[in-house]
Design a protein around this ligand. Structure first.
Ligand SMILES: [Zn+2]
Length: 333
């Protein structure tokens, strides 16, 4: 038995047909974890879909109405880049429910992983980049509404910037959540300003960190609390140094009640939609770093998966499975 819960449903599958997004990856990660003995059937919890009320904590009523009635305009549908269907809407409501469940269990067990979710390109009033509903934001707002948490920090390690996350949480402010600031100090890469640039902006009750390839979708990157704009081709060592730097800076400024880790598999060197150069081993070290930092500071972590478009889907499945193995190692009793 794992010392924490995995959240999964076969209905996480996104019915989008033959698409660069490998929607079957969730089931394959689930099956791999069981086949390799990393987890057993009893380690998994089956989520319920989020309620409309939960979704409305983040998304505009007009947008939710359009999703539920199939009345998106052709332009709005094109922007999501996956074919609209009622079944697809249900899969996104379920992903949001899964993130809520994982966030709740993170608070009791210190960590929980949803074998899905991480749809960080969804905005309050529209979807983008394969993301219809921002499941992580819905989970944060639901736990805040239930008085389970006051503050949260998103740590987004997908290769694409978390534009939806940044837009949703921009300017939401609880004064007491901010620690005395390091007053806009420019943070340096330990070995000098190599292969990237770190930008800092104002934080609210949710502190957002995004490490991403600068020269990639989304073109317009609304400011996160910390953005690390990485140059093309950044590899394991530089990436890990930047991540370490961003986490230290974020946690110097802000004390979150929950970390929401978005563990995208697409910084991988063989990703079709990414231009960074991380190895499978480097990606596992990335997961370990986030988990070690969270455990050392006793901050609960909920994990979601986001993107992963490796030439060989098996590599994406390995990277996502390794996230659970890294959690198992880092949170061993
Ligand atoms: Zn991505």
């Amino acid at each position: 038995m794992l010392p924490f819960k995995l959240v999964y449903s076969d209905a996480y599958y996104l019915p989008i047909g033959n698409h660069v997004f490998p929607a079957e990856k969730y089931r394959r990660v689930h099956d791999r974890l069981i086949a390799t003995g990393v987890a057993g059937p009893a380690d998994f919890l089956e989520p319920e879909p989020a309620s409309d009320q939960d979704i409305l904590l983040v998304h505009k009523p007009e947008y939710v109405q359009k999703l539920k009635t199939g009345t998106l305009s052709p332009r709005e549908e094109m922007e999501i880049e996956i074919p609209y269907s009622r079944d697809l809407v249900e899969a996104f409501w379920l992903a949001a429910g899964g993130s809520i469940l994982a966030a709740r269990h993170a608070l009791t067990d210190k960590i929980s992983v949803s074998i899905g979710g991480g749809f960080h390109h969804a905005f309050p009033d529209h979807g983008e980049g394969f993301c219809m509903i921002h499941d992580v934001a819905v989970a944060i707002r639901r736990l805040q509404r239930d008085d389970k948490i006051r503050t949260a920090m998103t740590v987004d390690c997908d290769v694409h910037q978390g534009n939806g996350t940044a837009a949703i949480f921009a300017g939401t402010r609880t004064a007491s959540s901010l620690l005395p600031s390091v007053s806009g100090a420019t943070l340096q890469h330990p070995q000098g300003n190599i292969g990237g640039k770190m930008r800092e902006a104002h934080a609210g009750d949710v502190f957002t960190i995004s490490l991403h390839q600068h020269n990639n979708y989304p073109m317009w990157k609304p400011p996160s609390s910390i953005d690390v704009d990485l140059a093309d081709g950044v590899g394991d060592n530089d990436y890990l140094a930047w991540l370490d730097n961003a986490l230290s800076s974020g946690l110097r400024q802000f004390e979150p009640d929950l970390i929401c880790y978005i563990a995208g598999a697409d910084p991988y060197q063989e990703d079709q939609l990414g231009g960074l150069n991380l190895t499978i081993d480097g990606l596992k070290k990335r997961d370990e770093l986030v988990f070690r930092v969270a455990r050392a500071r006793d901050i609960p972590v909920m994990v979601t998966y986001a993107g992963g478009y490796a030439q060989d889907v098996e590599d994406t499945v390995t990277i996502h499975s390794n996230t659970v193995i890294a959690a198992k190692e880092a949170f061993a009793p």
